[in-house]
Structure formats: C-alpha cells, structure tokens
Design a protein around this ligand. Sequence first.
Ligand SMILES: NC(=O)c1ccc[n+]([C@@H]2O[C@H](COP(=O)([O-])OP(=O)(O)OC[C@H]3O[C@@H](n4cnc5c(N)ncnc54)[C@H](OP(=O)(O)O)[C@@H]3O)[C@@H](O)[C@H]2O)c1
Length: 288
Amino acid sequence: MKKLLVTGASGFLGSRIVKFYSGRYDVYAPGHSEMDITDEENVYAVFKDFKPHFVIHSAAVSDVGMCDREPEKSWKINVDGSRNIAAASAECRAKCLLCSSDQVYFRSNVKGPHKEEEMLAPVNIYGREKKKAEEECLGRNPECVLLRLSWLYDTRTILEKEHSDLFRTMLLKLQGQEKLSYPVHDVRGMTDVKEVIGNLEKALELKGGIYNFGSPNDKNTFETIFAMFTELNWDVGRLEKNEEAFAANPRDLSMCPVKLNNSGITFRPALEALVRNGAEYRQGQNDI
Ligand SMILES: NC(=O)c1ccc[n+]([C@@H]2O[C@H](COP(=O)([O-])OP(=O)(O)OC[C@H]3O[C@@H](n4cnc5c(N)ncnc54)[C@H](OP(=O)(O)O)[C@@H]3O)[C@@H](O)[C@H]2O)c1
C-alpha cells in the first residue's frame, strides 16, 4: 500500500481527506503537536521516519480575518510552513499537493474567469500569503502541485469543532426566521468538498505547477443561491440581496477550468452541484 501523509487532519478539509483515503492508502496524519509545519527540523524528521510516497498539505491559517489580525503568525504557517512541506517532499521524492486559494485573484486587473498564468496582486494578507507560498513551494520543489481551491462546503459536519461553511450555515439559518443575505457584488466558485477530495487522487498525477481546482461559476453569490432555491422549489422569500458588501470594489474570484479540464479533471458547475446536494440533503442521502 502506498504511503500518504496528510497535514491539517483536524481541519475541515484534512479530516475528510483522511476519512476518504484511509484504507486505500497507508495514511499518516500527524497532528499539530506531532509535526509543527513551521519547524523545519520537525518536518524533515517526520518525513524521514514515515517516508511518504504522496503528501497532501492542507494545514494553514485558513481564516482571512485571522491573517489580517495576526500577519506574522499566519505568514509563518501559510508561507514558511508550506515551503517546509514542499521541500521535505522533494527531499524524499514524494509527490506533493498543496492547497492554495482563489483569493490570490482578489482585485486582479483582469476580469474572471481567471487563468493560472495571470499577473496577481491580491489585496488581502491571506491572498498574498497564498501567492508567496505558491512561488516558494515551486521554487523548492518544481514537481509539487498547487491547487487553487474555491469556497468549500459540505452537507454535513464531520468534527464538532470544524468551522462553518456556506451550505451548513444556510441550513442552520433556514431553521430560524432570519433572512439569508448574500452579496450581489461578489462572484466566486463554491465547491462541494467531496468533489475536491475525489479529484485529489487524479491530481497526484498532475505535472508540477498551479491549477484552478473547483467548480466554475459565473453568477454572483446572490444569483447562485437564488437559482438554487428556485430549482429546488425552496422559499426564495427567505433570501435578500446584500448590496453593500464589495460595493466599492466588486469582487470576482471566478476561476477558468480549462487547464485542469485539459489534464483530465473536471468539477460540476457550482449551481448544478448545489442543487443536487440540496435535493439529496432533503432526501437524507448525504453520505460521503
Ligand atoms: N475551507 C475553504 O473554504 C477553503 C477555500 C480555499 C482554500 N482553502 C485552503 O484549504 C486548506 C484547508 O482549509 P481548511 O478549511 O480545512 O482549514 P482549517 O479547517 O482551518 O484547518 C487548518 C488545519 O491546519 C492545522 N495547522 C495550523 N497551524 C499548524 C501548524 N503550525 N502545524 C501543523 N498544523 C497546523 C490546524 O490544526 P490545529 O487546529 O491543531 O492548529 C488544522 O488542522 C487551507 O490551505 C486553506 O487555506 C480552504
């Protein structure tokens, strides 16, 4: 059985990766206290010991606000930590996937859907960290694969302490009376995390480089959710437009899927997947 090392296993994505690939691979998922990714020596020692064939790096400070509040700490984890993982993977010849983000396209001069080779100048700290991490990782390990993920969601919670997401927050709010407010000046992909996880195995075959890795979407967030509710016959009266968010600087993080599709990997369009998940959720068929 091939050995797979997963970082960030207590997180939203990492916990699902471990669950899905255990049994198909010999999975080792050291927790933060066993392998602090910012500690280069610690990382090399773990890699030397386990000798992985494959690595999936999902550990990060994934909270954009936290990166703004603690830029030095998040830089260490998101940039230096990722570089340590990419370098250690190169050292033991393990194929390495690393999670980047669509936030690298924030405030791009080019209109979406964005392509991987675009010039980038992300405005937020998280986006800048992810961009720098991509450069540093490829500099140390040209065979590594950087996956620009979009807004991830699941239809169910796996771990009690995991952060919320688009879909589960929506379901929670639907149980109450409050309106569900979504921005009209924000266009971005929303991706079913199960699709990401299923596609990771194919991503291990990709040539080193950067790939947009998520569901395409050309509608703004309000339009997407409104269309979902309409198709599912859910009450659109619960939805309201948020006209304020991103009004001064409309955001478009939508990603072009062509490079990934040409490599044999596809994602369903965001709306199609949301509708399917919504229908399955209502029928209680939401198993991973
Ligand atoms: N979720 C999304 O919608 C989304 C969208 C685009 C991109 N991404 C990217 O996808 C990846 C996974 O995101 P996620 O939502 O699963 O993140 P998450 O739930 O916030 O999990 C982050 C993980 O990183 C670990 N970690 C933090 N600092 C560490 C350190 N110094 N050493 C070792 N482990 C450390 C955390 O462990 P402790 O809690 O024990 O510290 C946790 O397991 C990230 O790179 C994120 O930027 C996520």
